[in-house]
Ligand binder design. Structure first.
Ligand SMILES: Cc1cc2nc3c(=O)[nH]c(=O)nc-3n(C[C@H](O)[C@H](O)[C@H](O)COP(=O)(O)OP(=O)(O)OC[C@H]3O[C@@H](n4cnc5c(N)ncnc54)[C@H](O)[C@@H]3O)c2cc1C
Length: 394
């Protein structure tokens, strides 16, 4: 019997393997992964500096232990080069393997900014524990108060800025928007985060972008579109991720922003599924959405595991708040969908020390919320309020 093959040992691949094993102890499972297959929680990468954590300390289990615990075979350090959906095989750097079912859990790739300058290649990004290790090494050689420039004040950029400033480094945070987290957070919370980051010592350069990175005598010279220039020891790009479509496109699977899957997580090819950062899920309005967060991949893993076990189960994505792990001003955000966001307004109220924001559409129906500092009880109350408003509007 050919195995279920999962490509990728990130949270999507491992969560699926775990969920599948809860249902089926017998079917052979093979995980093929380009990395070393050690298990770690990726969200910790943007919170580990202030805690002084080395990369090795973030691994909770090595590949061998994962293989034993999950009853799977893991081929680590092996890259899948191509998929033949007709022959139902994958060609890898370690040979050709036939599958009964195939799951793509290949994640996403950092978006590279088009920046000029003779040190543009020195810009780093962190989407993997190995990247984190290199990033740490580069900072370590610059001393305890390294000058770090972060490009992008979205979720990951703000988390790194807060973390690195908290660890004693000097941080410049650059973004073309006029406020941090502008795409996700209501204005009142963006403003609150901006004040908190400034109080932490982060130098925000908003409404502009980096145009050049050059070698300078003491490190790197960053030039911004507004004409300003400053030196940095390390430049981190946190401008976003793009689903990794290389294998899917080469195998002629339907792709849009991500690998397009149906309500069951199935791609356009028979017996091939996708989840996690590489997937584009069907949403309530029948649109497709890339959801590069933990909660959706866990929901998808539970449903796909049942489907693979012979019980077809639709992925029922629930509205789940994003928790922004900025200790100086932690936020919980549930932004309105892009369609709802087109017409409606945010309203902010104070609740003790908390700022609570609700987004109402043009019919007065609540479509999103945000709260900071994050409080689990207030978040749950807002979630229930949103659920009942949406139910009565439906
Ligand atoms: C710094 C940071 C902080 C984050 N914080 C949060 C948070 O607080 N909350 C939240 O919900 N989300 C957060 N996220 C997002 C979340 O971590 C991701 O959505 C999730 O980890 C994605 O998991 P994945 O398994 O889909 O992808 P990945 O973790 O990228 O795994 C992809 C896997 O595929 C393998 N692979 C790729 N191509 C091949 C190939 N051709 N052959 C073999 N193997 C291959 C890779 O080696 C890897 O094992 C954060 C992300 C980052 C970067």
């Amino acid at each position: 019997m050919n195995p279920v093959i999962i490509i990728g040992s990130g949270l999507a691949g491992y969560t699926l393997a775990r969920e599948f094993r809860k249902l089926n102890k017998a079917a052979p499972l093979l995980i093929v992964t380009a990395d070393d297959g050690g298990f770690y929680s990726k969200p910790m990468l943007s919170n580990a500096f202030a805690q002084g954590k080395q990369a090795a300390e973030l691994f909770t289990q090595p590949a061998a232990q994962m293989a034993e615990q999950l009853g799977v075979t893991i081929l680590s350090g092996v890259r899948v080069e191509s998929v033949d959906t007709g022959a139902m095989t994958v060609t890898t750097s370690a040979g050709v393997f036939a599958y009964d079912k195939l799951v793509l859990a290949v994640g996403a790739q950092p978006i590279r900014l088009a920046i000029d300058g003779n040190a543009a290649d020195a810009v780093m990004s962190v989407n993997h524990i190995d990247d984190y290790q290199h990033f740490r090494q580069r900072i370590a050689v610059s001393g305890p108060r390294a000058r770090i420039t972060i490009l992008g004040a979205g979720l990951i950029g703000c988390e790194f800025a807060d973390d690195l400033a908290g660890a004693g480094h000097h941080v410049n945070l650059v973004d073309p928007s006029k406020a941090p987290l502008a795409a996700l957070a209501p204005p009142a919370l963006s403003q609150g985060l901006r004040s908190a980051l400034e109080a932490r010592g982060v130098d925000l350069r908003l409404g502009t972008s980096a145009v050049r990175i050059d070698q300078a005598q003491g490190g790197l010279m960053v030039s911004l579109a507004d004409g300003s220039m400053f030196e940095a020891d390390v430049v981190l790009s946190a401008v976003g991720l793009r689903p990794d479509l290389r294998l899917a496109q080469e195998a002629n699977l339907a792709t849009a922003r991500g690998v397009v899957v149906d309500a069951f997580g199935k791609s356009s090819a028979p017996h091939v599924y996708a989840l996690g950062d590489c997937a584009e899920y069907v949403t309530d309005d029948n649109g497709g959405r890339v959801l590069p967060y933990i909660a959706p991949l866990m929901t998808a893993a539970r449903a796909i595991a049942r489907t693979l076990d012979g019980q077809p189960t639709a992925i029922e994505l629930k509205a789940t708040p994003v928790i922004v792990k900025t200790p100086s001003f932690p936020l919980a955000l549930l932004p309105p969908s892009p369609q709802a966001a087109a017409s409606g307004t945010w309203r902010a109220t104070s609740f003790g020390e908390h700022i609570v924001c609700r987004f109402h559409d043009e019919n007065g129906c609540m479509r999103g919320f945000g709260v900071a500092p994050h409080d689990a009880k207030i978040r749950q109350t807002l979630l229930a309020e949103l659920g009942s408003m949406m139910a009565s509007a439906a």
